[in-house]
Write a protein that binds this ligand. Structure first.
Ligand code: ATP
Ligand code: MG
Ligand code: MG
Ligand code: MG
Length: 436
């Protein structure tokens, strides 16, 4: 991508309305623009990151045996009256009326809608288990939308819903999502800790929140030392086998959010108990027949009886993750993208856009890198070198390459690693191989 033709409205100055680093940097790096309180447009750079996050989430859901669907954003209030949540949900629900006076709503979550789909199609215990997910915009009329996309009103969520015949089988579905979430966040370069959590308005009795540690997180958290020793990507999980040992390993260490942490009852204390703050990036629930019973989502059991399905739901804050990843990966100069979610692989800077030799060399390298399969952001603008370096640091691509008259004479290109800050002079011919 040639920067001269790209839509990348970067900002030098810190926007006044942004209170935390990720919000500031997403605005400054031209990733998002606010259109109303808690409602954002995603500009090209931001959208690339969002799509990469989405892809990792999708791949891990698919691996875990969930099937992608796409449900609408607008739902009928009648379904929510069946579950009893229409009145309970409160002011976070955006309620709408269509031209015929029918009550509608912009979905804040989809338990009712998916239960309605499944109860019409699944009739027999032989149809179970099933796990269906979608990645769709949600609306919650948050009292205090803030921190940019971290607490938006409109936000992108991956939500999965599992349907099982028995509680035991439902626990397996829960465990599969537990393990898939660990992998999902690890692939984005994040250390997420599963913490026992309150079930809130979703309801139910088994629940874990996945929390990224960060000073600016909105949740206060308490956890035992030792999570660093676990690596979710060390081995491929067997989703058809028994996942309980993996889950037990992670839940063997104490970890709870302030909503349920009780200092008096906590089994760990002293130096072993760490108190910190974190960002909730995922949340999984098992809630049995809370929706299937009132909504009549039943299947015929082996003995002919009608059995309400055992359900769970599993949410990932896809758009919130863009902010959370930046909270965990930035410095004073800007964002430092983990490779897996970086909007481009390499930033190529032509330090002398007016110089024919430099421009020729930069164009050649741009072509070679693309030929080798790299996604390159090529700064071909007629700007000062200082501005170009500052913009590259701000948008935080993993690698930066700079072509200038001095290097050209020596036949080298300067390669900088954004995370370590290390600069090396690499012979022009060895560059593509160096990145692989
Ligand atoms: P929070 O405690 O932050 O309000 P929640 O517990 O209400 O979140 P859930 O119902 O568990 O949210 O939704 C699943 C996931 O959706 C959350 O773990 C979070 O990552 C994301 N999410 C929830 N609300 C928002 C929001 N207002 N903006 C962005 N992401 C959100
Ligand atoms: Mg909430
Ligand atoms: Mg919460
Ligand atoms: Mg939650």
């Amino acid at each position: 991508m040639r920067l001269s033709r790209y839509f990348l409205p970067t900002m030098k100055d810190t926007p006044g309305e942004a209170a935390i680093a990720s919000h500031r940097l997403m605005l400054r790096a031209g990733m998002i623009r606010q259109s109303a309180a808690g409602i954002y447009s995603w500009l090209p750079l931001g959208l690339k990151v969002l799509r990469k996050i989405e892809r990792i989430v999708r791949e891990e859901q698919d691996l875990a045996g969930a099937h992608e669907v796409l449900m609408p954003t607008i739902q009928s209030a009648d379904l929510w009256r069946e579950s009893g949540r229409y009145d309970d949900y409160g002011d976070e629900m955006l309620r709408l009326t269509d031209r015929h006076g029918r009550d509608m709503l912009y979905g804040p979550t989809n338990e009712e809608l998916i239960t309605d789909i499944v109860r019409r199609e699944l009739r027999s215990y032989k149809d179970l288990p099933k796990n269906l997910y979608h990645i769709q915009w949600k609306f919650r009329d948050e009292r205090r939308p803030r921190f940019g996309v971290m607490r938006g009103r409109e936000f992108l969520m991956k939500d999965a819903y599992s349907f099982d015949l028995t509680e035991e089988s439902a626990r397996h579905s829960y465990n599969a999502m537990f393990v898939a979430y660990l992998r999902t966040f690890a692939r984005m370069g994040l250390k997420a800790i599963p913490m026992r959590a309150d079930t809130g308005p979703i309801g139910g009795d088994l629940s874990h929140e996945f929390i990224i540690l960060a000073e600016t997180g909105e949740s206060e958290v308490f956890y035992e030392k030792g999570f660093d020793a676990f690596d979710p990507l060390a081995a491929m999980p067997d989703y058809d086998g028994d996942l309980q040992p993996v889950v037990d390993c992670w839940t063997g260490l104490y970890a709870a959010t302030d909503e349920i942490h009780d200092a008096a009852a906590c089994p760990v204390a002293g130096d072993d108990l760490i108190t910190g703050r974190g960002i909730e990036v995922g949340h999984i629930f098992f809630f049995g027949t809370k929706y299937s019973a009132p909504m009549g989502a039943v299947v015929q059991g082996p003995d002919g009886s009608q059995i309400p399905m055992q359900m769970g739901s599993y949410g990932v804050g896809v758009s919130r993750l863009a902010g959370a990843i930046i909270e965990a990966n930035h410095d004073d100069n800007g964002i430092i993208w983990p490779v897996a979610v970086a909007p481009f692989d390499v930033g190529l800077i032509n330090l002398r856009a007016g110089d024919a030799a430099c421009t020729g060399a930069a164009e050649d390298l741009y072509a070679d890198l693309r030929q080798a399969g790299f996604d390159v952001l090529y700064d071909d603008r007629d700007e000062r070198a200082g501005t170009k370096f500052a913009d590259m640091d701000l948008i935080g691509l993993p690698w930066q390459m700079a072509i200038g008259p001095r290097g050209l004479e020596k036949g080298v290109v300067e390669l900088k690693n954004r995370r370590s800050g290390t600069r090396e002079e690499i012979p022009r011919d060895g560059l593509v191989a160096r990145l692989k």
